[in-house]
Design a protein around this ligand. Structure first.
Ligand code: CP
Length: 333
Protein backbone atom coordinates (compact mmCIF):
# COMPACT_ATOMS: atom_id res chain seq x y z
CA UNK A 1 0.00 0.00 0.00
CA UNK A 2 1.64 3.25 -1.19
CA UNK A 3 -0.92 5.73 0.27
CA UNK A 4 -4.18 5.39 2.19
CA UNK A 5 -6.33 8.19 0.82
CA UNK A 6 -9.26 6.08 -0.32
CA UNK A 7 -10.63 2.62 0.31
CA UNK A 8 -9.42 1.67 -3.18
CA UNK A 9 -5.82 2.19 -1.99
CA UNK A 10 -6.14 -0.93 0.18
CA UNK A 11 -6.35 -3.15 -2.94
CA UNK A 12 -5.46 -5.84 -3.81
CA UNK A 13 -5.78 -7.32 -0.30
CA UNK A 14 -8.68 -5.05 0.67
CA UNK A 15 -9.12 -3.83 4.22
CA UNK A 16 -9.23 -7.27 5.86
CA UNK A 17 -5.45 -7.38 6.54
CA UNK A 18 -5.65 -3.88 8.07
CA UNK A 19 -8.52 -4.94 10.30
CA UNK A 20 -6.68 -8.08 11.41
CA UNK A 21 -3.60 -6.02 12.19
CA UNK A 22 -5.65 -3.46 14.17
CA UNK A 23 -7.34 -6.21 16.13
CA UNK A 24 -4.01 -7.88 16.93
CA UNK A 25 -2.64 -4.59 18.26
CA UNK A 26 -5.79 -4.00 20.27
CA UNK A 27 -5.74 -7.45 21.84
CA UNK A 28 -2.00 -7.42 22.50
CA UNK A 29 -1.22 -10.29 20.08
CA UNK A 30 1.21 -8.13 18.11
CA UNK A 31 3.33 -5.11 18.94
CA UNK A 32 3.88 -2.12 16.75
CA UNK A 33 7.20 -0.29 16.80
CA UNK A 34 7.40 3.25 15.38
CA UNK A 35 10.77 4.06 16.98
CA UNK A 36 12.48 6.76 14.90
CA UNK A 37 9.36 7.45 12.79
CA UNK A 38 7.89 10.93 12.44
CA UNK A 39 4.32 11.43 11.21
CA UNK A 40 3.22 14.89 10.06
CA UNK A 41 -0.44 15.76 10.62
CA UNK A 42 -1.64 18.62 8.42
CA UNK A 43 -5.07 19.97 9.39
CA UNK A 44 -6.90 22.29 7.03
CA UNK A 45 -10.06 21.59 9.07
CA UNK A 46 -10.71 20.98 12.78
CA UNK A 47 -10.55 17.65 14.61
CA UNK A 48 -10.55 16.05 18.05
CA UNK A 49 -10.57 12.25 17.60
CA UNK A 50 -8.53 11.98 14.41
CA UNK A 51 -5.85 14.31 15.68
CA UNK A 52 -5.49 12.77 19.14
CA UNK A 53 -5.79 9.15 18.02
CA UNK A 54 -3.03 9.65 15.42
CA UNK A 55 -0.82 11.47 17.92
CA UNK A 56 -1.34 8.73 20.53
CA UNK A 57 -0.87 5.99 17.91
CA UNK A 58 2.64 7.33 17.32
CA UNK A 59 3.58 8.17 20.89
CA UNK A 60 2.41 4.82 22.28
CA UNK A 61 4.65 3.00 19.78
CA UNK A 62 7.78 5.08 20.30
CA UNK A 63 7.30 7.41 17.33
CA UNK A 64 6.66 11.13 17.10
CA UNK A 65 3.70 13.06 15.72
CA UNK A 66 4.08 16.61 14.46
CA UNK A 67 0.74 18.42 14.26
CA UNK A 68 0.43 21.36 11.86
CA UNK A 69 -2.75 23.39 12.04
CA UNK A 70 -3.34 25.47 8.93
CA UNK A 71 -5.38 27.95 10.95
CA UNK A 72 -2.58 28.63 13.44
CA UNK A 73 1.12 29.19 12.95
CA UNK A 74 1.46 28.13 9.28
CA UNK A 75 1.59 30.46 6.29
CA UNK A 76 -1.97 30.81 4.95
CA UNK A 77 -2.34 27.98 2.40
CA UNK A 78 -3.88 28.07 -1.10
CA UNK A 79 -5.62 24.83 -2.05
CA UNK A 80 -6.97 25.79 -5.51
CA UNK A 81 -4.90 25.08 -8.61
CA UNK A 82 -3.83 27.52 -11.28
CA UNK A 83 -4.93 30.65 -9.43
CA UNK A 84 -2.94 33.88 -9.23
CA UNK A 85 -1.96 33.96 -5.55
CA UNK A 86 -2.45 37.69 -4.95
CA UNK A 87 -4.82 37.26 -1.97
CA UNK A 88 -4.17 36.25 1.63
CA UNK A 89 -2.68 32.82 0.86
CA UNK A 90 1.11 32.88 0.96
CA UNK A 91 2.02 29.26 0.18
CA UNK A 92 0.43 26.63 -2.05
CA UNK A 93 -0.50 23.38 -0.30
CA UNK A 94 1.30 21.44 -3.06
CA UNK A 95 4.58 23.16 -2.14
CA UNK A 96 3.95 22.71 1.58
CA UNK A 97 3.37 18.95 1.14
CA UNK A 98 6.41 18.56 -1.12
CA UNK A 99 8.58 20.30 1.52
CA UNK A 100 7.10 18.37 4.45
CA UNK A 101 7.87 15.18 2.53
CA UNK A 102 11.58 16.01 2.94
CA UNK A 103 11.25 16.12 6.76
CA UNK A 104 8.74 13.50 7.94
CA UNK A 105 8.22 9.79 7.14
CA UNK A 106 4.50 10.01 6.31
CA UNK A 107 1.96 12.80 6.12
CA UNK A 108 -1.68 12.66 7.16
CA UNK A 109 -3.93 15.40 5.74
CA UNK A 110 -7.45 16.64 6.50
CA UNK A 111 -9.38 18.97 4.20
CA UNK A 112 -13.17 18.87 4.22
CA UNK A 113 -15.57 18.89 1.27
CA UNK A 114 -16.41 22.37 -0.02
CA UNK A 115 -20.14 21.45 -0.18
CA UNK A 116 -20.72 23.59 -3.26
CA UNK A 117 -21.02 20.77 -5.80
CA UNK A 118 -21.01 17.06 -4.93
CA UNK A 119 -19.29 16.24 -8.23
CA UNK A 120 -16.35 18.50 -7.31
CA UNK A 121 -16.08 16.99 -3.84
CA UNK A 122 -16.28 13.51 -5.37
CA UNK A 123 -13.39 14.30 -7.74
CA UNK A 124 -11.26 15.11 -4.69
CA UNK A 125 -8.76 17.05 -6.80
CA UNK A 126 -6.73 18.32 -3.85
CA UNK A 127 -5.90 14.82 -2.64
CA UNK A 128 -5.37 13.53 -6.19
CA UNK A 129 -2.75 16.23 -6.75
CA UNK A 130 -1.09 15.64 -3.37
CA UNK A 131 -0.81 11.96 -4.28
CA UNK A 132 1.17 12.91 -7.39
CA UNK A 133 3.42 15.39 -5.56
CA UNK A 134 4.20 13.56 -2.34
CA UNK A 135 7.51 11.72 -2.02
CA UNK A 136 6.26 9.94 1.15
CA UNK A 137 3.17 7.91 2.11
CA UNK A 138 0.00 9.96 2.56
CA UNK A 139 -2.98 9.16 4.78
CA UNK A 140 -6.40 10.77 4.52
CA UNK A 141 -7.77 12.12 7.77
CA UNK A 142 -10.90 13.03 5.73
CA UNK A 143 -11.05 14.49 2.26
CA UNK A 144 -13.92 15.80 0.19
CA UNK A 145 -14.75 12.26 -0.78
CA UNK A 146 -13.73 9.74 1.91
CA UNK A 147 -12.74 9.26 5.54
CA UNK A 148 -11.23 5.77 5.21
CA UNK A 149 -9.69 5.52 8.70
CA UNK A 150 -13.07 6.33 10.28
CA UNK A 151 -14.74 3.56 8.28
CA UNK A 152 -12.09 1.06 9.33
CA UNK A 153 -12.80 1.88 12.98
CA UNK A 154 -16.56 1.59 12.34
CA UNK A 155 -16.28 -1.92 10.91
CA UNK A 156 -13.72 -3.01 13.51
CA UNK A 157 -16.13 -2.01 16.29
CA UNK A 158 -19.09 -3.71 14.61
CA UNK A 159 -17.17 -6.93 13.96
CA UNK A 160 -15.85 -7.08 17.54
CA UNK A 161 -19.46 -7.01 18.79
CA UNK A 162 -21.29 -8.92 16.06
CA UNK A 163 -18.70 -11.03 14.21
CA UNK A 164 -17.66 -10.85 10.53
CA UNK A 165 -19.72 -8.47 8.43
CA UNK A 166 -20.10 -10.81 5.45
CA UNK A 167 -23.79 -11.56 4.99
CA UNK A 168 -24.85 -9.29 7.87
CA UNK A 169 -27.25 -6.37 7.48
CA UNK A 170 -26.05 -2.92 8.46
CA UNK A 171 -27.90 0.37 8.15
CA UNK A 172 -26.27 3.67 7.24
CA UNK A 173 -28.97 5.95 8.62
CA UNK A 174 -29.19 9.70 7.86
CA UNK A 175 -30.00 11.91 10.85
CA UNK A 176 -30.92 15.63 10.94
CA UNK A 177 -28.50 18.45 11.71
CA UNK A 178 -28.37 22.24 11.97
CA UNK A 179 -26.23 22.60 8.84
CA UNK A 180 -25.17 20.57 5.77
CA UNK A 181 -22.27 18.23 6.54
CA UNK A 182 -19.83 16.46 4.19
CA UNK A 183 -20.59 12.99 2.81
CA UNK A 184 -17.08 11.55 3.32
CA UNK A 185 -17.91 9.50 6.43
CA UNK A 186 -21.06 8.08 4.83
CA UNK A 187 -19.25 7.33 1.56
CA UNK A 188 -16.44 5.49 3.31
CA UNK A 189 -18.73 3.39 5.47
CA UNK A 190 -20.80 2.34 2.45
CA UNK A 191 -17.69 1.40 0.45
CA UNK A 192 -15.91 -0.39 3.29
CA UNK A 193 -18.90 -2.42 4.48
CA UNK A 194 -19.75 -3.37 0.87
CA UNK A 195 -16.16 -4.53 0.32
CA UNK A 196 -16.47 -6.83 3.34
CA UNK A 197 -19.61 -8.53 2.02
CA UNK A 198 -22.19 -6.76 4.20
CA UNK A 199 -25.74 -6.04 3.06
CA UNK A 200 -25.71 -2.26 3.39
CA UNK A 201 -28.91 -0.24 3.38
CA UNK A 202 -28.53 3.54 3.10
CA UNK A 203 -31.65 5.19 4.53
CA UNK A 204 -32.11 8.92 3.92
CA UNK A 205 -34.78 11.34 2.70
CA UNK A 206 -34.88 11.28 -1.10
CA UNK A 207 -33.02 14.59 -1.58
CA UNK A 208 -30.07 13.39 0.56
CA UNK A 209 -28.76 10.76 -1.84
CA UNK A 210 -25.04 10.02 -2.10
CA UNK A 211 -23.09 10.73 -5.29
CA UNK A 212 -23.67 8.17 -8.06
CA UNK A 213 -19.93 7.48 -8.38
CA UNK A 214 -19.87 6.20 -4.80
CA UNK A 215 -22.84 3.92 -5.46
CA UNK A 216 -21.12 2.55 -8.56
CA UNK A 217 -17.94 1.82 -6.63
CA UNK A 218 -19.91 0.22 -3.78
CA UNK A 219 -21.83 -2.00 -6.22
CA UNK A 220 -18.53 -3.12 -7.75
CA UNK A 221 -17.20 -4.14 -4.33
CA UNK A 222 -20.45 -5.86 -3.39
CA UNK A 223 -20.42 -7.89 -6.62
CA UNK A 224 -16.99 -9.26 -5.67
CA UNK A 225 -17.57 -9.69 -1.93
CA UNK A 226 -21.06 -11.18 -2.15
CA UNK A 227 -22.54 -8.19 -0.35
CA UNK A 228 -25.35 -5.88 -1.39
CA UNK A 229 -26.07 -2.15 -1.37
CA UNK A 230 -29.59 -0.73 -1.25
CA UNK A 231 -31.13 2.77 -1.22
CA UNK A 232 -34.12 3.34 1.04
CA UNK A 233 -36.20 6.34 2.12
CA UNK A 234 -37.81 4.76 5.21
CA UNK A 235 -36.98 5.92 8.74
CA UNK A 236 -37.64 2.55 10.41
CA UNK A 237 -34.74 0.21 11.18
CA UNK A 238 -35.13 -3.09 9.28
CA UNK A 239 -35.51 -6.01 11.74
CA UNK A 240 -32.44 -7.95 10.52
CA UNK A 241 -30.08 -4.99 11.18
CA UNK A 242 -27.10 -5.71 13.45
CA UNK A 243 -25.64 -2.20 13.46
CA UNK A 244 -26.92 1.28 12.69
CA UNK A 245 -24.28 3.81 11.65
CA UNK A 246 -25.94 7.18 12.16
CA UNK A 247 -24.63 10.17 10.19
CA UNK A 248 -25.87 13.45 8.82
CA UNK A 249 -24.88 14.83 5.44
CA UNK A 250 -26.01 17.62 3.14
CA UNK A 251 -28.53 17.49 0.28
CA UNK A 252 -27.43 15.85 -2.96
CA UNK A 253 -26.02 18.03 -5.71
CA UNK A 254 -25.35 21.47 -4.25
CA UNK A 255 -25.43 20.96 -0.46
CA UNK A 256 -24.97 24.59 0.62
CA UNK A 257 -27.54 25.94 -1.83
CA UNK A 258 -30.19 23.26 -1.30
CA UNK A 259 -29.96 23.11 2.50
CA UNK A 260 -33.18 23.97 4.35
CA UNK A 261 -32.95 24.10 8.15
CA UNK A 262 -35.40 22.06 10.19
CA UNK A 263 -36.48 19.66 7.46
CA UNK A 264 -36.80 15.99 8.41
CA UNK A 265 -36.37 16.53 12.15
CA UNK A 266 -38.53 13.42 12.52
CA UNK A 267 -35.46 11.40 11.37
CA UNK A 268 -33.80 12.03 14.78
CA UNK A 269 -32.94 8.70 16.38
CA UNK A 270 -34.08 7.75 19.87
CA UNK A 271 -34.64 4.64 21.99
CA UNK A 272 -38.07 4.04 20.41
CA UNK A 273 -36.40 3.49 17.01
CA UNK A 274 -34.29 0.69 18.50
CA UNK A 275 -37.12 -0.98 20.45
CA UNK A 276 -37.80 -3.45 17.62
CA UNK A 277 -34.08 -4.32 17.21
CA UNK A 278 -32.87 -4.93 20.80
CA UNK A 279 -29.67 -6.68 19.64
CA UNK A 280 -28.65 -3.92 17.22
CA UNK A 281 -25.83 -1.50 18.01
CA UNK A 282 -25.67 2.24 17.44
CA UNK A 283 -22.53 3.84 16.01
CA UNK A 284 -21.75 7.49 15.28
CA UNK A 285 -18.34 8.84 14.32
CA UNK A 286 -18.71 11.88 16.62
CA UNK A 287 -18.88 14.78 17.18
CA UNK A 288 -22.64 14.44 17.61
CA UNK A 289 -25.22 17.19 18.16
CA UNK A 290 -27.08 15.64 21.07
CA UNK A 291 -30.88 15.77 20.80
CA UNK A 292 -30.62 17.15 17.26
CA UNK A 293 -29.19 14.03 15.58
CA UNK A 294 -29.70 11.45 18.34
CA UNK A 295 -31.38 11.59 21.75
CA UNK A 296 -29.30 11.42 24.92
CA UNK A 297 -31.05 8.26 26.13
CA UNK A 298 -29.92 6.34 23.04
CA UNK A 299 -26.38 7.76 22.91
CA UNK A 300 -25.85 6.87 26.57
CA UNK A 301 -27.84 3.62 26.53
CA UNK A 302 -26.75 -0.02 26.31
CA UNK A 303 -27.01 -0.24 22.52
CA UNK A 304 -24.55 2.60 21.95
CA UNK A 305 -20.98 1.73 20.88
CA UNK A 306 -19.89 5.31 20.22
CA UNK A 307 -17.05 5.28 22.74
CA UNK A 308 -15.75 1.86 21.63
CA UNK A 309 -15.83 3.20 18.06
CA UNK A 310 -13.80 6.27 19.03
CA UNK A 311 -11.33 4.09 20.96
CA UNK A 312 -10.84 1.79 17.97
CA UNK A 313 -9.52 4.75 15.96
CA UNK A 314 -6.19 4.34 17.79
CA UNK A 315 -5.62 0.73 16.68
CA UNK A 316 -6.73 1.45 13.14
CA UNK A 317 -4.32 4.38 12.80
CA UNK A 318 -1.47 2.16 14.01
CA UNK A 319 -2.43 -0.58 11.54
CA UNK A 320 -2.59 1.84 8.60
CA UNK A 321 0.77 3.46 9.39
CA UNK A 322 2.48 0.11 10.00
CA UNK A 323 1.17 -1.21 6.66
CA UNK A 324 2.35 1.92 4.82
CA UNK A 325 5.79 1.87 6.36
CA UNK A 326 6.16 -1.91 5.84
CA UNK A 327 5.38 -1.45 2.14
CA UNK A 328 7.84 1.43 1.91
CA UNK A 329 10.63 -0.70 3.35
CA UNK A 330 9.86 -3.40 0.81
CA UNK A 331 10.15 -0.82 -1.99
CA UNK A 332 13.43 0.63 -0.64
CA UNK A 333 15.26 -2.28 1.04
N1 CP B 1 -14.86 11.23 13.74
C1 CP B 1 -13.90 12.17 13.53
O1 CP B 1 -13.21 12.18 12.51
O2 CP B 1 -13.74 13.02 14.59
P1 CP B 1 -12.90 14.37 14.52
O3 CP B 1 -13.55 15.24 13.47
O4 CP B 1 -12.99 14.96 15.90
O5 CP B 1 -11.50 14.02 14.14
Amino acid sequence: MRHFLRLADAAPGGVRPLLERARAYREGHARVDFQGRILGLLFLAPSLRTRVSFECALHRAGGHALTLDAARGLWPLETRRGVRMDGTAVEHVDDAVAVLGRYVDALAVRAFARLEDDRDDHRDELFAALRERSPIPLVSMESGREHPCQALADVLTIERRHGPLAGRSVLLRWVPHVKPLPKAVANSFLLTAASLGARVTVAAPAEFDLEEGVWEEARTYAAVSGGDVVRCHERAIPPETVAVVAKSWGPHGAPQTLWRAGTHDDWRLGPRDFAAVPEASLLHCLPVRRNVEIEDALLDGPQSLILEEAADRLWVQQAVLAALWDSEERRHP
